[in-house]
Design a protein around this ligand. Structure first.
Ligand code: ACO
Length: 331
């Protein structure tokens, strides 16, 4: 008889740079107010990495905590997946820098690009790779240094984002726990740079001095449209895994949605019928750390006792692409 094999998270870690940028700091940089930012986004402060710090530096810190908490040796890791849209370099991959940083000599390493949905894309891949029987231990990381792709003179975007990384050790188990259902999706009809993205820096528009002068190498976003899409897509994605696992929303102990904006988080929770006290929020302190938000939140929730062994957790996200995803996890 085939043994049922599950993929579960055995350790998490996260790392936020020390430098805090408050809304009042931003008041001195662009035409904005603390009140506007808090009312429209729920954000009060965010962390910003120093000039000489790259995404892999944050990821290495987060990964070391995850390895320690999972009580494994870095040499046990067979695959490193780093979800990021702010890689150290196009190539080598950020994952290879992380591999060196943590000494995971036995691992294959690669990056994946799914914007804010990246961590759940990574979890979905790890789930499949472990269930296939080929892998036993995978390190999945979401890490971003957004401060370097933001136009700090653009008040409509610079107030929203922050830097940070989170890491999870995903391992095989025969116990009936871990990832119970996972779903990822995308719609390239929305692959519109003006909706959400960075026009320049790739093969379509290499960086030139004109591009830099026009700031086409910085993040562009239509906030209103992104807002509407997030509020529609995330509940739909969450419902999908609930249906697949035949679980009702009342059975969920904690909902961890992508931390882009408090109003989006509350709208998603309300649409799903989730009481506010069961919806995890830290966007107020870190802003939107893109691929890192959910795993930073999970690590924090575990450390603070909001997520305990045996709890049923629901993660849901969406990002540029468009991409989206949801995960149902028995911790
Ligand atoms: N301070 C003060 N005023 C501002 C600021 C600011 N920081 N930013 C924009 N404004 C102004 C605008 O210029 C506009 O002024 P106008 O009416 O004179 O033209 C006014 O505020 C309203 O602008 P809107 O864009 O309509 O404001 P809205 O209520 O939609 O809030 C926001 C903007 C916060 C960006 C919102 O649309 C939002 O959160 N959208 C989702 C964005 C998001 O989550 N992005 C993450 C992308 S990545 C991912 O996670 C998927």
């Amino acid at each position: 008889m085939t043994q049922l094999r599950h993929a579960t998270i055995t350790g998490t870690g996260s790392y936020l740079p020390e430098q805090v940028v408050t809304n009042s700091d931003l008041e001195n940089m662009v035409d904005t107010t603390d009140e506007w930012i808090r009312q429209r986004t729920g954000i009060t402060e965010r962390r910003i990495a120093a000039d000489d710090v790259a995404t892999s530096d944050l990821c290495v810190h987060a990964a070391r905590w995850a390895i320690k908490n999972a009580n494994i040796d870095p040499l046990d890791i067979e695959m490193i997946l780093v979800a990021t849209v702010t890689p150290d370099t196009f190539f080598p991959s950020t994952a290879c820098y992380v591999q060196k940083g943590i000494g995971a000599k036995n691992a294959a390493a690669m990056d994946l690009s799914a914007a804010c949905a990246g961590f759940l894309y990574g979890l979905d891949l790890a789930d499949g790779m472990i269930k296939s029987g080929r892998y036993n231990t995978i390190l999945v990381i979401g890490g971003e240094v957004f401060n370097k792709i933001i136009d700090w003179n653009d008040r409509s975007t610079c107030v929203l984002f922050g830097d940070g990384a989170g890491a999870a050790i995903v391992q095989a188990t025969d116990e009936p726990k871990g990832i119970l259902a996972s779903y990822i999706g995308s719609d390239g009809d929305y692959a519109d740079i003006d909706l959400l993205g960075i026009p320049a820096g790739g093969s379509r528009m290499p960086v030139t001095s004109e591009v830099i002068a026009e700031k086409r190498d910085k993040l562009q976003m239509n906030g209103r449209e992104v807002f509407k899409l997030g509020v529609r897509l995330m509940p739909e994605a969450a419902q999908r895994v609930l249906r697949e696992a035949n679980v009702s929303i009342d059975e969920i102990d904690l909902l961890i949605p992508h931390q882009a904006n408090l109003r989006i988080i509350e709208a998603v929770g309300d649409r799903l019928g989730m009481p506010r006290e069961k919806v995890y929020v830290n966007v107020d302190r870190y802003g939107n750390t893109s691929a890192a938000t959910i795993i930073i939140a999970l690590d924090e929730a575990i450390r603070e006792g909001h997520a305990k062994p045996g709890d049923l957790l629901l993660f849901v996200t969406f990002g540029a692409g468009l991409t989206w995803g949801s995960t149902l996890l028995r911790l």
